[in-house]
Unconditional design. Sequence first.
Length: 508
Amino acid sequence: MRIFAAVDIGSNSVRIKIARVIRHRLETIHEDRVVTRLGESAFRFGTLSPEAMEDTVKVLRRFYRQVQDFGVDQVRVVATSALRDAPNSAAFIAWVHSATGWKVETISGLEEGRLIHLGVLANTALGGSRALLIDLGGGSCELTLSDQGHIREMVSLPLGAVRLTGEFLPHDPPRSVEIQRLRRSIGEELERVHKRLARAKLRNVVATSGTAAALSDAAQAAAPRDFRARAGHISRAAILSLAHRLARLDAKGRGKVPGIGPRRAEIIVAGAFVFAELMERCNLPGFRYSPLGLRDGLLAQMLADHDRATIPRKQVEAERRDALIAMCKQYGVDLKTAEELRRWADQLFHQLRRVHALPPDYAGWLSAAAMLHEVGTFINRSGRHRHTYYLIANSEIFGFTPQQRLSIAAIARYLGKTRPTPADAPMKALDKADEELVPQAVALLRLAKAMSHGSSGSIVNLTAEVYRERVMLKLDARDNADLEVWLLSKEKAYFRQVFGRELDVEVF
């Protein structure tokens, strides 16, 4: 029974969730949350303060002991908006590593939104054809438009409750002019998306995070009993009314409002007006709160990577597929050609498993490299393989971590005259294990490229026979396959170098 832990280092609070795998599903066995305001100084003064870093590291040390007590097999630790913004984030990451041994990943706003979407989808049915997910944290607000489980649009806006409080609300209670400036700034940020969301006429709106929970509890407590029975839905009018009510109170008064508490009271006004402006400008009816969030997405991702027979795995694969197709379209790649190369790469991977012995996940990296191998042509056909590497390595491709993108980029990089060597920059950027495995994936993709180089559909089937010292590729061709055979023969030397076997080709 495997046990996973997800640690979310947010701009306002640090959270941990531990779950064990039972019958292909996750069962939560522990949760903890501590407010450290890590992002407060970063948003106000531009750097993480030593005090906030120290407080956060203390909490993480406690979380580390919890992980040990529960016998966790895998931990994933991510940081969000505060570390994305702060120039001294590397010092904090080093401090955490020294104190716990954990490697902190600083994820982008879009990856944060994807993981939240995955966490919600893996644990609940969104219902309906379309839904909007809103996650308002301390430093940013992620908006995700979901349609039948697929992410159709996503944006990350700098509208976090801690960030906005520090920037716009220096007085307590805030002054009217401060509220006006706050709302105007929120409105300017929403200019990027409000028309598209308003036209979508969304009725299914789900909000996550502590701010949404506090507003939901406060609005429910203030509403008549029959209103509270409506599945926790908070109307647009109720949100706006609550925002104005909270703005008239000082922090002590806000802290006494049901569901808010003293720490949340310090930042709730800014968060409330973000929701109010969202509802008004995007023509949203209100929202219902979900306790699911980034931690659940991290756990679902770990489960998907560990167990292929799960709902999260299917969702992750669908996200990756959507992302690859979207990138192909963005850079003008012929999808039919890309799909053909992917098909041969997949067949070679599975038929030559005894030869390459690559981890199962490399099937996905190889397929992705096959799909994206020509994106660099969009920049310039001359040097396209270098351009391909740059675009893949530096693009946001849903479902793939930065390190996975580096592996995919390196595999796609070497389809020209050059071969991977340890001294190459793309190879030096890889983890040590991937540095040894990527050349094998490159060799497979080069074979697939050779097989798909001739007229479309010349080769219709492939059978690989593996012997102790050689590999025989038997090609079923409907047309003349001289070009493919010639190109495959040019790969024999590299195949021998990588796998230590001879490569023979036969057409029938």
